[in-house]
Design a protein around this ligand. Structure first.
Ligand code: HBI
Length: 103
């Protein structure tokens, strides 16, 4: 079953977005999107993490908007298809959190 790109309802936001915001994600000003700033030991660690996220993005066919300077990566998730947050963004944001803790 392919995950839907349907915009999250208010109830779904309470369940899925609220925990992300409690975990360091922020709503992007003027957009229905979430962003988070990650910091790693060095560029090598940042890049290897980006590679992991990139591979997962390809598998999910859901890609990040991101910015990298040396050991810092700023990631934004939103769904073009619905112009806002969908479950795909939730899933990928959780993947970012789960995989960034080991660096
Ligand atoms: N990535 N963030 C994001 N949002 C999308 O809607 C999206 C994507 N990657 C590929 C994709 N959609 C394909 O389904 C086509 O719409 C390009």
């Amino acid at each position: 079953k392919r995950m839907s790109s349907v915009k999250l309802t208010p109830d779904e936001r309470d369940v899925h977005v609220k925990p992300l915001l409690e975990g360091g994600w922020k709503m992007v000003d003027g957009r229905d999107a979430v962003e988070k700033k990650f910091q790693f030991k060095d560029f090598n660690q940042a890049w290897s993490w980006m590679n992991r996220v990139a591979l997962a993005s390809e598998k999910m066919d859901h890609h990040p908007e991101w910015f990298n300077v040396y050991n810092r990566v700023e990631v934004t998730w939103s769904t073009h298809d619905c112009g806002g947050l969908s479950l795909k963004d939730i899933k990928m944001a959780k993947f970012c959190d789960d995989t960034s803790k080991i660096y």
